[in-house]
Design a protein around this ligand. Sequence first.
Ligand code: ADP
Ligand code: MG
Length: 663
Amino acid sequence: MEKRGSPDGDPARSLEQGPEGLEGPETPIQVVLRVRPMSAAELRRGEQSALHCSGTRTLQVSPPGGGPDVAFRFGAVLDGARSQEDVFRACGVRRLGELALRGFSCTVFTFGQTGSGKTYTLTGPPPQVRRAQGEGVPVPPNLAGIMQRTFAWLLDRVQHLGAPVTLRASYLEIYNEQVRDLLSLGSARPLPVRWNKTRGFYVEQLRVVEFGSLGALMELLQMGLSRRRSSAHTLNQASSRSHALLTLYISRQTMPPADPGEPPVGGKLCFVDLAGSEKVAATGSRGELMLEANSINRSLLALGHCISLLLDPQRRQSHIPFRDSKLTKLLADSLGGRGLTLMVACVSPSAQCLPETLSTLRYASRAQRVTTRPQAPKSPVAKQPPRLEIEMLQLQEENRCLRAQLGQIDPKASRLSGARVAWAQRNLYGMLQEFMLENERLRKEKSQLQSSQARARDEQRLLAQQVHELERCLLCACYGPQPRPDPAPPCPCVMVPAAPCPALPPLCCCPCCHLCPLCRAPLAHWACPRRDLHLPQVMSPKAPGDMPLCAQPPPWAPPGNPGSAKCPRERSHSDWTQTRVLAEMLMEEEVVPSAPPLPMGTPNTPPVLRGEEEREGGGAAVPNLARRLEALRDQIGSSLRRGRGQAPPSEAARSPSRVLPPC
Ligand code: ADP
Ligand code: MG
């Protein structure tokens, strides 16, 4: 007879204790036995039952053909007469649910020969399919298994907790040593099993679905069940060909939270429906079924091997080959780690299945001696040993000091230190902020440059106007009438026909050209600094004959380039030439201005400049034109002042250069 290996002799009692009581000491895996009733086929074949329940915890095995009875003791023994509800209440799954709500990682798994009722115990009879509609018929409530009942109980429990709880679920199967997601949106593809220090073994890219109601969870269950691999063989018409793991993830925020930053407590409740071990000869499996059976048996063998090693206190400390199969990897925490585990061993009562039943019973008995060290996840602060806590506080204090120092640094005072601060805080967020500040600075710089550029353009325009005005004055001075002995020589503008003259074309629309800048007399088109823009109206080569005479520029007007209005480059060149002449004159060089014809000359007369005329006419000294221009300006100014009744400025105040030089 197998003996129970629980330290206190009653694993069920361990689960009745609170998690605080469970934590730390080793807790054995709890095992309950489910004996299914004799099936109709077995009864038809006249098979006898070899199992008898003695009380609620002991099973007597009577080998056929005589021999001593063997007794096995488990946390609970549930025979074929017990309903699904009885099994749910007696197996202790509610206790596991409570512990999962408190943050423990709990596992319920069924184990046994194929056709022994593992799937039935967990999820009820296989869902019937209405052939006409092709729809699955839901399992009748009285036949619903441990899973559906636990779901209903858990959701009811969550509602009465009074604390926010987030529930999520995943559902996978291990088929032929490949993990498949039963809740995947597309076709299920093999997923890798990985390991890391914090999570242990886990399935990568597994879909985890959040749900808020029992209906939603039931739908997920049905979805997984309908996608799970099952086949018919001699011992079971709906034999599961894969190990299926449905996991509920429970995240619960303690109310009130001890620390506002405390992460929610995360518990897990995992239901594992193992595929049954099978003798290929007994099930008559061939081809793909045989491959599946081999894969199932291999993984169950690996599971048995791990359990054997976990039982040995010497070898338990050494290597446990959880990596031998996907199943043992995913059950590693439940078997030898920090989780709490409930095993529901399922057996057939038929004497024909006794060898497999005995094997299962031995296996389950040994599993009872396997212990785990349940550990609930705690908030990171609470988990720290005192030394680490002190270190953390010191670091926090240092961090505060550094922040205060950084706050004292004026970023405007030193760009370098600002850059260092930015460098010290270099991370994605810091870099982003840096770039934003840089962008802002560049934007400001750009707008400043644009406004100064606009100012420069305005200035340039004004200067161009002034140059034009000076040029016009110079021309007037050069080609105007000889100054009379009149102390106030006329403004050059007197040479320009005034606007009232009906024979003249209308004044330029440009307001700056309406008046002479010197004497404020109205000006004509040709005097406008922008006259080139009007030239086509005045000097259109197409209609010179049609044009009234008064619309033509006066003969003393500087020649316009007919194409200049259309060709800004030409106009610029002309402007430049004139400006250069003016500049050379101002440099006191005797230059011969080009271009403008003499006002009194005949059209065919070559232009003769006043300076040349004077030179030719008597060799008189040629006055400096610039100085003369300045002097003319002075004279104009003084005559204007006289006209307004103002006193002329004193001689002393006058610059010597402003005295009108002799012509
Ligand atoms: P397993 O999953 O272990 O291979 P199943 O759960 O599929 O076996 O059960 C095999 C058959 O036995 C199914 O037809 C199932 O309905 C039936 N069965 C199993 N356990 C019971 C039970 N306790 N009461 C009635 N029928 C059962
Ligand atoms: Mg099954």
